[in-house]
Design a binder for this molecule. Structure first.
Ligand code: NAI
Ligand code: MG
Length: 511
């Protein structure tokens, strides 16, 4: 198996080259095979694919490339675990204890996991260590607490009957996740599925398979029975599509692009398979003139640039009230200019590379489109260095609503600033999108905050904050940003069926 140390020092004009790597240990690559039925195995085809370090463009490891044949084996293992294995008979409280143990094992390896995440994804080690993994732990522990609190109701129906409901696991869950928050997406998917008593066939993104495989190892170490969690790395049209089409999979949870979600929905139609989608966004971040402008500027900055802009809920449309526009934009541009881009393992780094060349090219294409359509590139707009997929934090002003950079998801460090003068017009423009994932409002006027929050068509609205996540608070999209919710009590729903049991209380049958 490949052993590798990151050698990335991104050429960057914004920071010294000497790498202060903070507390990051050298990430060890231990798991590169498929994890099926508790065993590590190569793909049936014997094929592998490269996963690369986006900071250096070097190959980190070859990972087993699963396809339909491997998904077949994984589904068989997951079905057996669901129907007859120890998981099927386990007390709910014990399931919760195993989940807590998994969280503890993750926490015990937090530095190493964060380093592996930074290596495979390119995000700053410090972000993985202090944002992604703590949120993942939060989700696992929160849902561990739910495991023994999922119960039905007794219902007073008409007549002499005793009627009650049971909440039962939906079965085998197929889970297909993206590359932007690999560990966190695992936790958001495994948490509710395990709490509900489901078993899992997961496909991590082809760009970032390594931490998911490591988490599967920790799940086994925690005592989660073999076959409950199966991981099949591979590509979307092969391994992913096989999960979607397999009749032994009862439900598919997907996070990623709208285009792929449409393919999945069509392919799942034959079996009327249950689906939940968490898709993209073009979220409005709205700054009224009466806001705390320094706080709003930081919120606008983090709202777009967090995770190299690779966030489904990125505040990519910044609506600024015209009376403060010039002053406010200056602050936002200044923050972008000062943002440190470079080696993910340098403790001073705030922004690493984009995840791969395809994303890099897509973003650079949007930057070119913004310039061509007449927007003003107030800062950024260029590649950083000539190795690795680094892009300058970019802010466009003089953006009009109909421009591509104001309508389409860029998924990179590119902010589009729009001007508004009237609240009615603002609400109409903010909602004039097929997306509806998130929004934010910055104002000191409490009535306006609640009133605009109510009128925005989005699954999450932040007021005087941005990117505040908590495992207890549901997250998901209106409109084409998806359906179903993750996190919170609502996040359990997609993994549960409701069964109604009605018992006659007539005693006439008793002799
Ligand atoms: P994608 O939607 O193609 O990939 C996400 C996951 O779906 C990966 O695991 C991939 O292998 C899998 N997949 C791809 N095709 C599939 C198929 N036919 N059947 C089943 N699974 C399939 O997204 P991609 O290409 O990585 O990124 C494209 C754009 O999507 C990004 O630029 C961004 O705009 C958006 N995106 C949104 C994310 C979100 O968090 N909502 C995450 C990642 C991407
Ligand atoms: Mg990679």
């Amino acid at each position: 198996m490949a052993q590798s140390k990151p050698t990335a020092v991104a050429p960057s004009p914004t920071q010294p080259q000497a790498g202060n790597r903070g507390t990051a240990p050298a990430p060890q690559i231990r798991q590169t095979q498929l994890f099926i039925g508790g065993q590590w195995r190569p793909a049936r085809s014997g094929r592998t694919f490269d996963t690369i370090n986006p900071a250096t463009e070097e190959t980190i490891a070859q990972v087993a490339e699963g396809d339909a044949a491997d998904v077949e084996t994984a589904v068989a293992a997951a079905r057996e675990a669901f129907e007859t294995g120890p998981w099927a008979r386990m007390d709910a409280r014990q399931r919760g204890r195993l989940m807590l143990r998994l969280a503890d094992l993750i926490e015990a390896e937090i530095d190493e996991l964060a380093a592996l995440e930074a290596l495979d994804n390119g995000k700053p080690f410090a972000d993985a260590r202090h944002i992604d993994i703590p949120l993942a732990l939060d989700a696992l522990r929160y849902y561990a607490g739910w495991a023994d609190k999922i119960h039905g109701q007794t219902i007073p129906i008409n007549g002499n009957y005793f009627c009650y409901t049971r909440r039962e696991p939906v079965g085998v869950a197929g889970q297909i996740i993206p590359w932007n928050f690999p560990i966190l997406m695992v936790a958001w998917k495994w948490g509710p599925a395990l709490a509900a008593g489901c078993t899992i066939v997961m496909k991590p993104a082809e760009q970032t398979p390594l931490t998911c495989l490591r988490l599967a190892r920790l799940a086994q170490k925690a005592g989660i029975p073999d076959g409950v969690i199966n991981v099949v790395p591979g590509f979307g049209p092969t391994a992913g599509a096989a999960i979607v089409k397999h009749p032994g999979i009862d439900k598919v949870a997907f996070t990623g692009s709208g285009e792929t979600a449409q393919i999945i929905m069509r392919q799942a139609a034959d079996q009327l398979k249950r689906l939940t989608f968490e898709l993209g966004g073009k979220s409005p971040n709205i700054v009224f003139a009466d806001a705390d402008l320094a706080a709003a500027a930081r919120g606008a900055h983090v709202g777009i640039h967090l995770n190299q802009g690779q966030c489904c809920c990125a505040g990519s449309r910044l609506f600024v009230e015209d009376s403060i526009h010039a002053e406010f934009v200056e602050q936002v541009v200044e923050l972008s200019r000062k943002r440190r881009v470079g080696d993910p393992f340098d403790a001073a780094t705030e922004q690493g590379p984009q995840v791969d060349r395809a994303q890099f090219d897509k973003i650079m294409g949007y930057i070119a489109a913004g310039k061509a359509e007449g927007a003003t590139c107030a800062t950024g707009g260029r590649r950083v260095g000539d190795r690795g997929f680094f892009i300058e934090p970019t802010v466009f002003t003089n953006v009009r609503d109909e421009m591509a950079i104001a309508r389409e998801e860029i998924f990179g460090p590119v902010l589009s600033v729009l001007k508004f003068s009237d609240t009615e017009e603002l609400v109409r423009r903010a909602n004039a999108t097929n997306f509806g994932l998130a929004a934010a409002i910055w104002t000191r006027d409490i009535a306006r905050a609640h009133s605009v929050a109510r009128r925005l068509r989005a699954g999450t609205v932040w007021v005087n904050c941005y990117d505040v996540f908590d495992a207890a608070a549901p997250f998901g999209g209106f409109k084409q940003s998806g359906f179903g919710r993750e996190l919170g009590e609502r996040g359990l729903d997609p993994y549960l069926e409701t069964k109604t049991v009605t018992v006659s209380l007539e005693e006439r049958h008793i002799p």
